[in-house]
Ligand binder design. Sequence first.
Ligand SMILES: Nc1ncnc2c1ncn2[C@@H]1O[C@H](COP(=O)(O)OP(=O)(O)O)[C@@H](O)[C@H]1O
Ligand SMILES: O=P(O)(O)OC[C@H]1O[C@](O)(COP(=O)(O)O)[C@@H](O)[C@@H]1O
Length: 307
Amino acid sequence: MIYTVTLNPSIDYIVQLKSVALGEINRMDSDLKLPGGKGINVSRVLNQLGQKTTTLGLIGGFTGHFIEEWLIKEGIQTDFIPVKEDTRINIKLKAGVETEINGLGPAVTSEEAEQLLAQLTHLTSEDVVILSGSKPPSLPQDYYMQMIQFIKQSGAEFVIDTTGDDLMQALSAEPLLVKPNHHELADLFQVTFQSIDEMIPYGKELLKRGAKHALISMAGDGALFFHGEDVYTSTVPTGTVKNSVGAGDSMIAGFTATYTTTKNSLKAFQMGVATGSATAFSDDLATKNQIMQLVDEVEITKLSSNI
Ligand SMILES: Nc1ncnc2c1ncn2[C@@H]1O[C@H](COP(=O)(O)OP(=O)(O)O)[C@@H](O)[C@H]1O
Ligand SMILES: O=P(O)(O)OC[C@H]1O[C@](O)(COP(=O)(O)O)[C@@H](O)[C@@H]1O
């Protein structure tokens, strides 16, 4: 079973308008409310790809109810821990450029946090757990590491898609995959990148510190992939970008679905890129059909090993 853990789910409120005038009344051209939060997006795409998945995490209030109902309608198994406060609403403003305003998330009590940890004691070595996204500020600083300890004790594999110290600390626990985008990679090592070549030593460093595979996504500019001694780059398919919210989560779903079934890292990389792009080219997350139409467009190239 592939479990996803979303500590901080969201309703993504996607608002389209031609331009925004700050300090004025603006009228939307259209809007859309979608279930969001990184692990939830991963599960929705895994489900599209025919993989069995269960969504874990912390969810609350009318917003949480909206998300859970949506997932159940799609046939996704949910096992959330209810929290007293409302799950957040994240605003995704599409007015020429995409601007995101993400909430902090609800207060979580220590009992609620403990209940989620207790669920992880039931994992087996056959499971894969995908830990994704920010954590509500009321959770302990080391909460990701607490979860990872339980996962490791069970022998399950884990993927982690978060940022900063939480990501850095998780590396030594040997995640199956990490996927910072190039901005997150720069923040992680407190550097700036002028070119793709400059990212390569830092991608290799993710593996040196313990990750088994590392993807560096660069939105419409392709992606880098690190495994063993090898570094690969990929093209992205061409298409019209409609809504890139969830593209990174989709990439993780595409990679994990293919890797767990084939153990072929390069096929998983190719599928990850296609799945991310298929979501960028859709209003909601990608469907299986949309993904499969793009796979053959993704070209993978091995970079020379002395870079
Ligand atoms: N504008 C785009 N055009 C084509 N593919 C895209 C675009 N934006 C995202 N993608 C696809 O989704 C993947 C992840 O996107 P990215 O924006 O880098 O992740 P994140 O959402 O985590 O920041 C990319 O590697 C690419 O395959
Ligand atoms: O937990 P965070 O870091 O605030 O991110 C949550 C947001 O990220 C998303 O999961 C989208 O993530 P990606 O675009 O990186 O795939 C949204 O659904 C959600 O609003």
